[in-house]
Structure formats: structure tokens, C-alpha cells
Ligand binder design. Structure first.
Ligand SMILES: *[C@@H]1O[C@H](CO)[C@@H](O)[C@H](O)[C@H]1NC(C)=O
Length: 258
């Protein structure tokens, strides 16, 4: 009797022991410390947090920090706080980058499901955007040919554009495009290095976005001459501040390339 009981306990033990780690597994162990260096990178699972303060020398003063908060399955949360003064240019593109599934030809991508829930607190007036930033190239890992931005918010900033109206505002190349459950105006221009296509919401700010980013590429291949043989080489999402002070908190972000 005693021996049989012990066997049962021993058999049961591995099941009891595995219950707790299985739950812990969902939330991965990651570096959640604050990083403030110009080019700091923090990698967690399939994502990297990139400080990418490429324009900071254009500021008279300021700084920016960021940290990852959690990674559960494919959902990452992170935050960045920044203060920038001076200069009219963008100071940084602190972003979360997807490292998995890139370098595929657009024609080979069936879907790019994404969710992005965020909030922002600001002090005073700011100039910034909150946007996806995607790059395509002629070859896998090659230099950028097209930049596709999908803005979820425009805080007194503006997209790159070939055309401006007499009021100084950029003129869209296409208006009121319905994609991924929202309505967008599309701007086209060049940053000197590559073409830039920017989708901006026709009104308001989208703080909870869920959709398939492949739809934006399909629109560009069908209407703007982007070749479906282009390779998607970079997939990032973050904020481009020019001036002011803000904290952007992403409570949930996920992106996959299928
Ligand atoms: C951002 O937050 C970090 C950590 O709390 C802090 O050390 C840093 O001074 C903050 N930076 C800005 C620009 O607000």
C-alpha cells in the first residue's frame, strides 16, 4: 500500500511541477531596464527595441529613453519618453522592429496581421508622429527603394510630399482610401534616398489599430507602381519626434509576416 501510494505521488509530481512553468512561459524573461543611448538596441524574442536617435544632433538640447515592459507570446509592450528642443527636423525614430519573416518578396507575403494599442501623455505642444515604417528593396537585405509609412497619429507634423498647396500643406496623391478598417490619404515624396509613401488617417488619431498591413502594399502595387517583386527589408513601428515632451506607452503590439 505504502509503495503504491508513493508511486502515485511521484507520477503526479512532474505534472504538478510543470503547471507553474507553463504559465510563466507565456511571459518571457526580458531586459526591461531603461535605455537612453543614441543607438541602443534591446532584443526580446522576435522583436528589437531600437533607440535610433538619428537626428539628435539637430537638437539644441534633449534626450530620449525607452524600455521594454513585457513580451507574452507575440505581444510586446514598451514605452519611450522624450524631450527635444530646437531644430526643425525629426530627432529620432525610437521603434520596435520585427526581425522574423523579413526579406520576403511582397508577392510571397500572404498577410501581415498587426495590433497596436498605445497612449501618449504630453506636456505642452509637440511635433511628432506615431507610425509604422516599412522599407522595401530590390534585393533581400538590400538598400532602401521604397519607404511605406502608416501614420496612426499626426501631432503638428506632416508627411514628406512632392506637392504642396498654396496654403503650404502637402497635397495627397490619393484621398479617402479605405484600408484595414480606416480611411487614409496617401502622400508621395522622396527623402533624398528613397521614395516615401505615407498613409495618414483622414481625421483623428488611431490609438487602437488592428489590421493586415499587406493591404497597404497591395494598394501600392496596384495603384502606385510599386513592384511586387520588391523585398520587404524592414518592419518597424514607433514615433518620430521633432520637438516637445512626451511619453508614448504601447500596451500591446504585435506583427507577423506570413
Ligand atoms: C525617461 O525616463 C527615465 C527613467 O525613468 C529617466 O531616467 C529619464 O530622465 C527620462 N527622460 C526623459 C527625456 O524624460
Amino acid at each position: 500500500m505504502f509503495a503504491k501510494g508513493l508511486t502515485l505521488i511521484l507520477l503526479a509530481a512532474p505534472f504538478l511541477a510543470s503547471a507553474a512553468p507553463a504559465e510563466l512561459e507565456a511571459r518571457q524573461n526580458i531586459d526591461t531596464s531603461s535605455h537612453c543611448g543614441q543607438w541602443d538596441v534591446v532584443t526580446a524574442g522576435q522583436y528589437s527595441l531600437l533607440l535610433d536617435q538619428w537626428g539628435k544632433d539637430g537638437a539644441t538640447s534633449g534626450s530620449q529613453c525607452a524600455h521594454l515592459a513585457s513580451l507574452s507570446g507575440s505581444t510586446v509592450s514598451w514605452a519611450t519618453n522624450w524631450t527635444w528642443t530646437g531644430g526643425t527636423g525629426v530627432k529620432s525614430f525610437t521603434n520596435i522592429q520585427l526581425n522574423q519573416g523579413i526579406n520576403k518578396q511582397l508577392s510571397a507575403i500572404s498577410s501581415m496581421p498587426t495590433t497596436w494599442k498605445w497612449s501618449q501623455s504630453t506636456s505642452g505642444s509637440i511635433v511628432a508622429d506615431v507610425a509604422y515604417d516599412l522599407f522595401t528593396s530590390n534585393t533581400a537585405g538590400g538598400s532602401n527603394v521604397n519607404e511605406i509609412m502608416i501614420w496612426l497619429a499626426n501631432f503638428n507634423a506632416g508627411p514628406i510630399s512632392f506637392q504642396y498647396g498654396s496654403d503650404g500643406k502637402p497635397v495627397p496623391v490619393a484621398s479617402s482610401i479605405s484600408l484595414a478598417g480606416h480611411t487614409w490619404n496617401l502622400y508621395s515624396g522622396s527623402n533624398g534616398a528613397n521614395n516615401v509613401f505615407s498613409f495618414l488617417p483622414t481625421s483623428g488619431t488611431i490609438t487602437s489599430f488592428s489590421g493586415d498591413l499587406k493591404a497597404f502594399f497591395t494598394y501600392l502595387t496596384q495603384n502606385e507602381g510599386v513592384s511586387s517583386s520588391q523585398y520587404l527589408v524592414t518592419a518597424q513601428a514607433g514615433t518620430e519626434p521633432t520637438s516637445g515632451s512626451a511619453t508614448l506607452t504601447t500596451s500591446a503590439y504585435s506583427l507577423a509576416i506570413n
